[in-house]
Design a protein. Structure first.
Length: 247
């Protein structure tokens, strides 16, 4: 979709009361990942002398924008057009992107906003990896495997042989961009004696869910070292009796 943009630059020393004349101050483009979009900036010099204008694209996401020229000299009462392209990287997630093109002359700068809508289906996905426990902390990594930003919520459940399971209320972690990962920790005080399964559940908007577990045995060393030798079937019986006793 093409959009014409008119920009009028005043001379460096305009007469009293003069300034930027009105014009459309943004460009709207839409396309999918991997596409190249074209547009142009129109610069008008309404003065009586030639005007040299510098045009550039500051960051965010300036690498996507390529201007046909970085500078142009416009004769008096003349308009010049500078074409530019916006190349959308193939791995860009769907959503809105913004950038700014600036036109500068005579010590004055005019910003031109570029609004880009990247089309395509949103595929949200999360995984929980590298779960471990040490020093009173559950260590884990949340990975955004989809193509859209997510704000994960994390809950921790501790399920031991003795006593009822304990679940921590879910809390939100920092937003996670696509293809990014974040290493996190959850504080948890272990029991003196128990075999506990620690489960992390991570959710996000759109029905996204992921989980992972780690099992740890806690014993008061060395007095209960022989307990480690208990066969698996006996651990199961102890667990069942404990659950019945606890209601």
């Amino acid at each position: 979709m093409r959009a014409a943009l008119a920009l009028v630059l005043a001379l460096a020393a305009p007469p009293p009361g003069a300034g930027w004349e009105p014009g459309r101050e943004y460009v709207y483009l839409e396309g999918g990942p991997g596409t190249v979009l074209e547009d142009r900036v129109s610069l008008t010099n309404p003065g009586t002398e030639a005007l040299t204008v510098e045009v550039k694209a500051p960051p965010a996401p300036a690498p996507w924008i390529a201007l046909a020229a970085g500078e142009v000299t416009i004769p008096a009462r003349t308009r010049a057009e500078i074409p530019f392209t916006v190349t959308v990287p193939a791995n860009t997630p769907p959503g809105e992107q913004t950038a700014t093109i600036t036109a500068s002359a005579g010590g004055r700068t005019k910003p031109i906003r570029v609004h880009l809508r990247v089309s395509g289906p949103k595929v949200p996905a999360l995984t929980v990896e590298d779960v471990s426990f040490s020093g009173g902390l559950v260590h884990y990594t949340v990975v955004n495997r989809g193509n859209t930003p997510l704000s994960p919520r994390v809950s921790l459940r501790a399920d031991g042989l003795f006593g009822a399971p304990v679940t921590r209320r879910a809390h939100e972690v920092r937003p996670l961009p696509p293809a990014q990962r974040v290493a996190l920790t959850e504080r948890w005080d272990p029991p003196a004696l128990d075999r506990v399964e620690l489960r992390l559940d991570v959710t996000a908007a759109g029905g996204v869910h992921a989980g992972a577990t780690v099992t740890k045995t806690f014993l008061p060393w060395p007095a209960l070292l022989p307990t480690l030798l208990l066969p698996a079937w006996l651990w199961v019986r102890i667990r069942r009796r404990s659950r019945r006793a606890g209601g």
